[in-house]
Design a protein around this ligand. Structure first.
Ligand code: HEC
Ligand code: HEC
Length: 210
């Protein structure tokens, strides 16, 4: 009996290893338990948030998710690398293993397609910028780091496709003002020359990407 149980467990681990080979070492099932109890209210049961100011996490790379969770966590002096009043208390009690499990869970979920904006001019401007940048003011193409479909390039570059425009715009603004600084100044350099209209346009385009 004991033998059978052990081999079943091994098969399960092996099967999970296959389906999640691209992910970090976390246990998605354990992550789901924490997510259902603590995170679902804001980020949705499956990581697709329905509130535009709360980011969707479904389908995001586990490496990026883990990095964010670790950086939201304050050290003994109360200093965090990424500061947010909603997220700081959420990660305070999480261990590194909890964070790995949560990252594995959200990475295993599918991102629901975002709503395509009906402001065609705005979306068209965003599309040009996303794929080609702006030669005149030197804004680089977002696609070169976040990928042509917005799927991101793990481990460093997050997926952006389908994300709420409100959340995306808020992040662009906070990189721009230097409030969010966990990007090694990469995004800050991107945004230095970008106009407000360009930020709104690219955020609207990203929401409709799939
Ligand atoms: C009260 C609402 C709330 C709850 C509950 C909450 N979050 Fe968040 N979360 C937010 C907000 C708001 C942001 C955006 C922070 C910002 O603007 O920098 C965020 C951002 C994040 C991000 C960064 C996403 C990105 O694309 O960079 C991750 C990862 C995350 N949350 C994970 C979690 C996990 C895991 C839990 C449960 C342990 C959780 N959150 C619980 C509100 C919440
Ligand atoms: C040279 C590479 C590079 C380019 C070009 C670039 N990005 Fe980024 N971007 C990054 C990196 C790296 C991060 C992750 C920072 C971190 O680890 O927290 C990021 C993060 C982001 C985020 C935050 C995602 C989240 O879930 O919170 C958004 C939104 C974003 N980029 C949008 C854009 C847009 C729009 C453009 C084009 C105007 C762009 N990026 C161009 C490298 C790049």
């Amino acid at each position: 009996m004991k033998m059978i149980k052990t081999s079943l467990a091994m098969v399960t681990v092996f099967a999970m290893g296959l389906s999640t080979s691209a992910l970090a070492t976390g246990d998605a099932e354990k992550g789901q338990e924490i997510a259902a109890g603590v995170c679902a209210g804001c980020h949705g049961v499956d990581g697709n948030s329905i509130i535009p100011s709360f980011p969707s996490l479904a389908g995001q790379h586990s490496e990026y998710l883990l990095k964010q969770l670790m950086e939201f966590k304050a050290d003994e002096n109360g200093t965090a690398v990424r500061n947010n009043a909603a997220m700081t208390p959420m990660v305070a009690e999480l261990s590194k293993a909890d964070m790995e499990n949560l990252a594995a869970f959200y990475a295993s979920q599918e991102r629901a397609p975002g709503k395509v904006s009906d402001n065609n001019d705005l979306v068209a401007m965003g599309k040009i910028l996303y794929h080609g940048g702006n030669i005149e003011n030197g804004v680089p193409a977002c696609a070169s780091c976040h990928g042509p479909t917005g799927a991101g390039i793990p481990p460093r570059y997050p997926a952006v496709a389908g994300q709420h425009a409100d959340y995306t715009l808020a992040q662009l603004d906070s990189f721009n003002t230097g409030e969010r600084t966990n990007d090694s100044k990469v995004m800050q350099q991107v945004l230095i020359r970008m106009s407000g209209a360009e930020k709104r346009a690219v955020s609207a385009y990203i929401q409709g990407m799939r």
